[in-house]
Design a protein around this ligand. Structure first.
Ligand SMILES: [Zn+2]
Length: 598
């Protein structure tokens, strides 16, 4: 017998959710769901203010949300698995109309909660059927209080389709069609789609990055006026709506979405600015490794240590490495990972037609998780596997909670995934079997992440905050947008960027600024990164004794604000800059090792 070829990963199993797409159980489920959304909408419109009735409606909405989430997650899995399946796409479109109806249902419920007197609301919270749901119910009441009259909200929703979201779609269309002529370092010229620019700017060859950066600036400059109109339109619409809804500050809504306070956000940023030299040292090392005095913007996402290019990693070896790292540091996580593999809850098989990217999803109806990714045999894929397994473990820990206490905000979402990644990386770094090349590569990747979370994303925040502040007084012209962008870059990067190394058009080329579904898309990622650094540092210091508290933290993420969750389970104060400074300083040992690289 010849040696076994590296096994390709199994496909996932979704049969416990539905027998198959369009099978009888699926069809019945779908029809009943549509009927029940309508029935609940009618019920909500005529709801009495009696706490008992209101509690019944809330529980019914919660149960309905579980079913909506179940079908939506199922369709999400199928469409990622085969991006060309038109029947699945049609059901996804149907699902989004149903979701829009359920948003209206929620809005009616929120208004009813907002209209309750304080004493009736207290009575409602004391209803036994709402035990554990008080955080979610309080949030619905706050949302209700921040709504305009129902007909105005409905008008705003309709106008947003053609206004706010239309600006976002225009951005996607315009940027999606952009191409630029680029002279490659070998002298040949090629017309390059803008979507490739970022990959070119992550290439190890500096000349290639430089060429892609400069040639790729042209379309952004050519379309600057249109893009500035879009950005001003998006921010202007939001500011008008905030005014009408009585929301005092443009940060209030993103903070509410993140379930965190302004004091915590300010404390986090204060700590970053006070300790900015720490992540800057990583950039200085990167400049030294590439042999320049400082970096250009086109150097920022490039690896300084090439990925180890030996034979591709096999799926089985990668799973074994993750399992080993998890089991030795955190046995319960290791067991869970084995279950994920045994039950075929991971889709990783490389196949044409699969959508790129990775995610973790799940069903609160079935209390099951699923991981989606595509295995290409790289170390990076292995880290992705650990990341998504961290997310899945978070959902697993939350299984006993009712679903209104199992929905956590973006700010707390990335903690568990980063924790999973860090356990793997820590395991690999201390594994004598790992080559120095792989270790150097992992160090470099870690420092790229530190730069992204501690310098680049805070820079985006500085820009957006300055822009929204000026936008409140009128439209902000192209020249000023570029000026604000460069100011923000200088503020965060300092002298780690070359004198001509800024990117004044970043306000246009960064798609995140044009996302219309959420505002200030970026800062929750910094929050998640630093919080996971803090948790992991404690784990390293306290060992296995820390793990029950880590699980208490995960279990509480859907039932209180970030401040309360962290105070209650970890005894820490998020509004104290010292907490964030300590979290940030946790990168120091990795940084010191990185600085030793030749
Ligand atoms: Zn994630």
């Amino acid at each position: 017998m010849t040696a076994a070829a590296p096994k390709t990963p199994d496909r996932w199993s979704l049969e416990s959710w539905f027998t198959a797409f369009a099978a009888p159980d699926y069809v019945i489920f779908k029809a009943a769901l549509a009927d029940d959304v309508e029935a609940l909408k009618t019920w909500a419109k005529s709801i009495s203010a009696a706490p008992k009735d209101m509690a019944d409606l809330i529980c019914a909405v919660e149960a309905l949300s579980d079913r909506l989430g179940h079908l939506s997650a199922y369709l999400g899995c199928l469409s990622a698995d085969d991006a060309n399946d038109e029947a699945v796409k049609a059901d996804e479109a149907w699902m989004s109309t149903l979701d829009a109806e359920s948003v209206k249902l929620r809005a009616t419920l929120q208004s009813a909660l907002a209209a309750m007197t304080n004493s009736a609301f207290e009575e409602l919270l004391a209803e036994p059927s709402l035990k554990g749901a008080d955080h979610a119910v309080k949030r619905m009441r706050i949302e209700g209080k921040q709504q305009m009259a129902a007909e105005l909200e409905s008008l705003a929703a309709d106008l947003n389709v053609n206004g706010l979201h239309a600006w976002g779609r225009l951005y996607d269309t315009l940027s999606g069609k952009m191409v630029f002529d680029m002279i490659f370092p070998d002298g040949h010229t090629e017309s390059v789609p803008m979507a490739r620019r970022r990959a070119l700017m992550s290439e190890p060859d500096r000349k290639l990055r430089e060429a892609a950066f400069h040639a790729g600036q042209k379309p952004w400059i050519d379309h600057a006026d249109t893009l500035a109109s879009g950005l001003n339109g998006i921010a202007g619409t939001r500011l008008s709506l905030y005014g009408r809804r009585g929301v005092p500050h443009f940060l209030d809504t993103p903070l509410f979405d993140g379930a965190m306070s302004r004091a915590s956000l300010d404390a986090m940023l204060e700590a970053i600015h006070a300790n900015i030299e720490l992540p800057r040292r990583a950039l200085r090392t990167a400049a030294r490794l590439q042999g320049t005095s400082a970096l250009h913007f086109f150097d920022l996402e490039a690896p300084q240590v090439a990925a180890p290019e030996e034979k591709p990693l096999s799926w089985d070896d990668a799973c074994a490495s993750v399992e080993k790292a998890f089991s030795s540091a955190y046995p319960r996580l290791g067991n869970y990972f084995r279950d994920l593999l045994r039950d075929r809850w991971i889709e990783a098989q490389p196949r044409p037609g699969k959508r790129p990217g990775a995610f973790c999803t799940g069903s609160q109806l079935k209390h099951e998780e699923r991981i989606y990714m595509t295995w290409h045999g790289t170390v990076h894929d292995m880290v992705t596997l650990a990341h998504e397994a961290g997310h899945a473990w978070h959902s697993c820990v939350l299984r006993p909670a009712r679903s209104f206490a199992a929905n956590y905000p973006m700010t707390l979402a990335e903690t568990a995934s980063n924790f999973g990644e860090m356990i793997l990386l820590d395991g690999l770094m201390s594994d004598p079997g790992m080559t120095p090349e792989i270790k150097a590569y992992l160090l470099d990747q870690e420092m790229l992440r530190a730069h992204a979370y501690l310098i680049n994303i805070p820079m985006r925040y500085e820009f957006e905050k300055a822009f929204y502040t000026e936008r409140a007084n009128g439209e902000v012209p192209v020249s000023r947008l570029s000026e604000l962008m460069e100011d923000a870059q200088r503020k965060l990067y300092g002298d780690t960027l070359l004198a001509d190394g800024t990117d004044p058009m970043f306000w246009a080329s960064k798609m995140h600024f044009f996302i219309t579904g959420v505002s200030f898309y970026n800062f929750p990622y910094v929050f998640g990164y630093l919080l996971s650094q803090a948790l992991f540092a404690r784990f390293k210091a306290e060992g296995a004794d820390f793990l029950p508290r880590y699980e208490a933290f995960l279990a509480a993420t859907g039932s209180a604000t970030c401040e309360e969750v962290v105070k209650r389970t970890l005894g820490a104060d998020l509004t104290d800059p010292e907490f964030w400074a300590t979290a940030l300083k946790a990168i120091e040992p990795t940084l010191l090792a990185y600085e030793q690289l030749k």
